[in-house]
Design a binder for this molecule. Structure first.
Ligand code: UDP
Length: 215
């Protein structure tokens, strides 16, 4: 085969992403899809072989692609840095059931699960995970290594910084062009939270309306 496609992480996230890639490449005869996992030593996961990273980089094929299918954004960045240093190509995986409108910029390495939507005038960084049924509305800016669990509703004029994690079913209130709603770097928004105000970097907010979690 000419190209090999590695899905890094053979756990929950990776097993959700692999079928999207298998479907995309269904008519290609000269490609191989594998999982890359450093701790999972099973031979086969859902019909795909599993290799360690060291084994993967040693494959003697012309082009190697990688998708980092691991929800933890710090791990994702660490592995992305390693793959970049080895000059691997980052894949962007987009479900056929993804809807994308106009004027959208997305960095490398993104994963767009089924029933996700990006409307118009949106800028998204690298290695964004946009899980099942999530949307990003107009004029949003999303940093690098941001993670959306399923069914996140990110309304217009919201700015989300690097490494933020937005839990399942959370709703982010729309901002305005002069005063976008901001979610700071590394912040965590809990499941089902209704975010009506800016979220400070590194904080965890929960509830409706979302408030910082008391330690
Ligand atoms: N993993 C890896 N190398 C690393 C860190 C993690 O191969 O440096 C693998 C780990 O062995 C596991 C997967 O990534 O199989 C992460 O799975 P987990 O269930 O923690 O997260 P999820 O699939 O939900 O993102």
């Amino acid at each position: 085969y000419e190209s090999i496609y590695g899905i890094y992480g053979a756990s929950g996230c990776g097993r959700g992403v692999a079928p999207l890639l298998e479907w995309k490449l269904r008519d290609e005869s000269d490609v191989k899809i594998v999982f890359i996992d450093d701790a999972n030593h099973e031979k086969d996961v859902n019909g795909l072989p599993v290799y360690s990273y060291e084994e993967f980089v040693q494959f003697d094929v012309e082009t190697k692609y990688v998708s980092i299918a691991i929800a933890n954004s710090r791990v994702r960045q660490k592995l992305a840095d390693k793959c970049a240093a080895d000059k691997l190509n980052f894949l962007t995986i987009v479900s056929d059931q993804h809807v994308r409108m106009k004027s959208i910029k997305v960095g490398v390495g993104g994963i767009f699960s089924p029933f996700t939507t990006l409307t118009s005038n949106i800028k998204i960084g690298q290695h964004f995970h946009c899980n099942i049924g999530s949307y990003v509305e107009h004029d949003c800016v999303v940093g690098d290594f941001v993670t959306f669990a399923p069914a996140v509703r990110c309304n217009g004029n919201v700015h989300i910084d690097h490494h933020a994690y937005i839990g399942a079913g959370a709703i982010l209130r729309q901002g305005t062009p002069d005063k976008p709603l901001r979610v700071g770097t590394g912040a965590i928004v809990g499941m089902g939270a209704v975010v009506t105000k800016d979220v400070e970097p590194g904080t965890i907010v929960v509830g409706n309306p979302a408030r910082p979690l008391e330690k």
